[in-house]
Design a protein around this ligand. Structure first.
Ligand code: GMT
Length: 375
């Protein structure tokens, strides 16, 4: 099939999932056309069957704000028309599903391209609920030929928040478990914990919803009984606040801020436990990446996290903000080597058995087949 994919190219989990999906589809023989304003971050080498169409956003003195949604719709029309796409698959509803709908309407007499929308998280739980966006998100979901969500939690939220009555297929985030595998000879572990200290890790884009300062509070509590370090990977709005709290609590030499990084499997291989104290999380791709590298997760029970982290088997979940309980869970795991090993093995097994790329990409293909064959 010929499949167009639109996503946020450089920021966040939805872009990662969309790009990995495109790569997997191309490997399975489909022709994939990425349509975005920049080259997707994970599209870092040449792939057969993958094409990239950059959206050019015209400027004009009258336009105080850039008209990305319109420029995107125009580019979508162009790619549908000349590449003869069977399916246009948009990731994250705002504004992609709206632009996709517009493009489909403009070209409907020339091309029967179907629109598939994947909902990822804050497009439904936070920003999509803004009064100025809500009717657009609701309409574009209702008008898509198929809609998928990355967790059961997100499907329920979509139906209730937007008062929508339609089929939504749940397809969880997936992972390349061959790539995300533990490297037992990790050099970073030696550098950060030369005396065999335990290592906690958190990876995110440091937005408010991630509650990154909670990782510092957890470390502070854990260090009362265990010599432990914390690695923080990523950058974003909460970084300075987190750095400040680190200094206030006298933890500077125990917290390593690595900033944005590639090579996550190598970094995750240094860690003993992944922390995910989010306020809102529709799935938690970062937790899955950790689990695939044998790292159990301690986090909150927010949103779809319990669909990924099995409480008492691959990690623990607690109420949002309850950093003392999360710290207790961390100490419990780090002081029970047999239990820790069981959780670590179970984390890897769950990633491989339930969330491997090869298991989940066929679900997307089945949806494409379904919509293309629908009259
Ligand atoms: O930043 C993004 O790309 C999307 C972001 C969000 O805020 O919606 O991430 C979401 O999509 C990921 C991939 O499906 C999920 O694993 C994340 O849990 C989800 N983030 C939130 O719900 C906060």
């Amino acid at each position: 099939m010929k499949i167009g994919i639109t996503c946020y190219p450089t920021y966040g989990g939805s872009g990662v999932v969309a790009t990995e999906l495109g790569k997997a589809l191309a490997e399975r023989g489909h022709q994939v056309h990425f349509i975005s304003y920049a080259m997707p971050m994970r599209l870092d080498s040449f792939h057969d069957n993958i094409f990239y169409h950059e959206v050019d956003i015209p400027n004009y003195p009258l336009f105080e704000f850039q008209l990305y949604s319109l420029a995107l719709a125009g580019k979508m029309v162009d790619v549908i028309r000349y590449e003869k796409l069977d399916v246009l698959h948009v990731h994250y509803a705002i504004p992609h599903a709206v632009s996709g709908y517009m493009a489909k309407q403009i070209i409907k007499n020339e091309a029967p391209t179907k629109l598939v929308t994947t909902l990822h998280g804050t497009d439904i739980t936070i920003v999509g609920l803004e009064p100025s966006f809500l009717p657009l998100v609701k309409f574009s979901i209702e008008q898509s030929d198929a809609v998928t969500s990355v967790s059961r939690f997100l499907r329920e939220k979509t139906l209730t928040n937007f008062n929508i009555n339609r089929e939504i297929d749940v397809i969880p985030n997936f992972i390349d478990t061959e790539l995300y595998t533990r490297n037992e000879n990790c050099r970073l572990k030696q550098q950060i914990a030369p005396n065999g200290e335990k290592i906690l890790i958190h990876i995110s884009n440091f937005r408010e919803v991630k509650r990154v300062p909670d990782t510092i509070k957890i470390l502070h509590e854990v260090r009362k009984s265990i010599d432990t370090k914390l690695i923080l990977v990523g950058d974003g709005p909460q970084r300075s606040e987190t750095e400040q709290l680190t200094r206030e609590l006298g933890l500077t030499e125990h917290v390593k801020f690595l900033g944005k990084q590639n090579g996550l499997p190598e970094i995750l291989s240094a860690a003993d436990i992944f922390l995910l104290p989010s306020q809102s999380e529709s799935f938690g791709l970062a937790a899955l990446e950790a689990m695939s590298c044998n790292v159990p997760v301690v986090g909150t029970s927010a949103g779809g996290i319990p669909e990924v982290v099995t409480h008492g088997e691959t990690g623990y979940v607690a109420e949002m903000g309850d950093t003392n309980r999360m710290a207790k869970y961390v100490v419990d795991l780090l002081t029970n080597p047999k239990k820790y090993q069981r959780f670590s093995d179970a984390s890897r097994k769950r990633a491989v058995d339930e969330f491997q790329t090869d298991l989940l990409v066929p679900h997307y293909e089945a949806i494409y087949e379904r919509v293309v064959n629908e009259k």
